[in-house]
Design a protein around this ligand. Sequence first.
Ligand SMILES: [Mg+2]
Length: 382
Amino acid sequence: MLRGATQHFIKRIALYRVELPLHEGAYRWAGGKSISVFDATVVRIETRGGLVGYGENTPLGSAYLPAHPTGTRAGLEELAPSLLGLDATKINKVNSVMDSVLKGHPHVKSAVDMACYDILGKHSGLPVCELLGGRYDDSFPLYRAISQGSPSEMAASVDKYLSEGYTKFQLKVGGRDLAADIERIRLCRDMLDVRAGPGVLPLFCDANTGWLMHEAMQVCNAVSSLPATYIEQPCLSYSECLSVRRHTTLPFILDECVDDVHVLNRIIQDKAADCINLKISKVGGLSKARVIRDLCVQHGIAMNIEDSWGGDLVTAAIAALAQSTPPPLLLCSTDFNSYGPVKMGDTTCRRVNGRLSAPLEPGLGVDIDAAALGHALFVCEE
Ligand SMILES: [Mg+2]
């Protein structure tokens, strides 16, 4: 054992719940689903040597992925006793232990993996972005999700967020009213073309699994001549999406069905997508997301690097992974911490003119405000 290594052994784990309301009231997507207040879980891990790391998991409510906020906390309570005494800087081993004592539930493990990266960064004096391969450029571009509404409301939202500096937009489509979806896409495409020039800015039409194959094909055919217009996760299953993919010429993104590296291998074999949406917690944390990110880089698959949702901690983790990705392969990323007013602490990881920069401080670079976390809901300690 290395001299002094025991100082990184985990001695205390505490959980907190933070409510994250939205500026705009409600976020709506396919199938009439919506959410107005996100339920974030923050995990605080303290080592025997006194280093503290934070991680976060914030599902998109309970009806989007096989993940829900109370499940995150229940899973962390289940895992915590097995984590005490582990070296937080040996992140692969921490992940091996988590996978051996809790089958599945990758979103639960993501918060722990993130906190361990925060500790490793603070121990080594390096930002997490450097631990994930090192940063490119000074900043990277963000997309803005456009909550589902009427076509004119959505076009007005695109107009508004263009003015705030965003250059990439993800439209929430995927309704049963196909004419409305087609109109949403056309009006928002028109708005982008008028404001920035024809086809200059990309438009991601995200159905969030909301269409059946025949519905997806009608929409794809109707908008097939529009420039820089992408189709994202049209249907529920991989095979349905693959069928649509094989019948459209539009650039194609897979999201909800990208669960792990094994699915990515299928995508590569089947040429099932041009791009993927890589959600850190969906695949189990930064460690596993990095494997997928690096494989995508090798195969020329561009990525939207993000998470299901999040506050300052998730946003900092996203920024670390996004900014250590070669820029041509980074389709876009997101700044969840600008969608609502709640701050978890001080950080430089805040949007400036439609772009974001990973913090330069060691670890995740979020100086947590204890008052923002409130009282611990659960504590497990040696
Ligand atoms: Mg998506």
